[in-house]
Design a protein around this ligand. Structure first.
Ligand SMILES: C[S@@+](CC[C@H](N)C(=O)[O-])C[C@H]1O[C@@H](n2cnc3c(N)ncnc32)[C@H](O)[C@@H]1O
Length: 233
């Protein structure tokens, strides 16, 4: 069985960016997906802090910084982060860092969180901690976007998982309902769409979901009024 400890996953993902022609990786695109760009325009406020989680080479981070957000881009791979920094034009301020998305503790609360094709790489044992992290690091009212392989993709397995073709771990086909239930009752689904991602033999259907955070995690889900977001220690 694969070693899915964080340190091993970090090594695995770094190996991918060290050893593949990165521009051949099926998720690497020059520009962000047009449907993602449209959802950001439609549902986010174009100001404040934005997080590109599992940022890879940083195309989403650069898009968000150009749109006026103060952007953090985090990834498990040191090599990906260095490439992302190199691809970022001078004058575009982005705080890129190597960090574990599952247990990320930033010094700010985010108004927009974008997970583009990262959620399906979160191992089953880490999934609920990861969703709690997304909820803890975002402000009440924040827009949260997830995009991950759809259970409607023809390659989806009956168990909802398969071995990754890249890192030594599993990838998961998660339904909109499964993800929405994990966010409940702290964020509500406001948009859902199935999009085509990747290319060639690595083309897939993915669920692009937009959530609005409505309650602070930890607050009793009893209809109490939301209080102001706090800065993390
Ligand atoms: C399929 S790629 C998508 C990259 C990027 N979002 C894009 O669209 O180009 C998934 C990314 O998640 C990163 N990743 C995987 N596990 C991670 C973790 N626990 N913490 C941070 N990044 C992680 C990988 O290094 C990889 O860059």
């Amino acid at each position: 069985m694969a070693d899915t400890s964080s340190s091993n996953l970090f090594k695995n993902w770094d190996y991918v960016y060290q050893n593949w022609d990165v521009f051949e990786l099926p998720w690497v695109e020059k520009d962000i997906h047009p449907v993602l760009a449209q959802k950001i325009r439609e549902f986010a406020s174009a100001e404040g802090y934005a997080l590109d989680i599992g940022c890879g080479l940083g195309q989403v981070s650069r898009h968000l910084a150009s749109a006026g957000y103060k952007v953090y881009g985090i990834d498990a791979s040191d090599r990906a982060i260095n490439l992302a920094k190199g691809m970022t034009p001078e004058g575009l301020e982005i705080a890129y860092m190597v960090a574990d998305s599952v247990r990320f503790v930033p010094e700010v609360k985010f108004d927009l969180v974008v997970d583009f094709l990262h959620l399906h790489d979160i191992q089953a044992k880490d999934l609920s901690v990861y969703i709690d992290t997304l909820l803890k690091i975002s402000a009440v009212g924040a827009t949260m976007i997830t995009t991950s392989l759809s259970e409607k993709d023809p390659t989806a397995t009956s168990t909802g998982e398969r071995d990754s073709h890249f890192a030594d771990c599993k990838v998961y086909y998660r339904s909109s309902k499964q993800i929405t239930d994990l966010f409940f009752p702290y964020a509500k689904l406001i948009s859902t769409e199935i999009i085509n991602v990747g290319r060639g033999a690595e083309s897939y259907l993915a669920n692009l979901l937009v959530f609005r955070k409505t309650k602070i995690l930890g607050q009793p889900p009893s209809g109490c009024l939301d209080t102001a977001p706090v800065v993390l220690p």
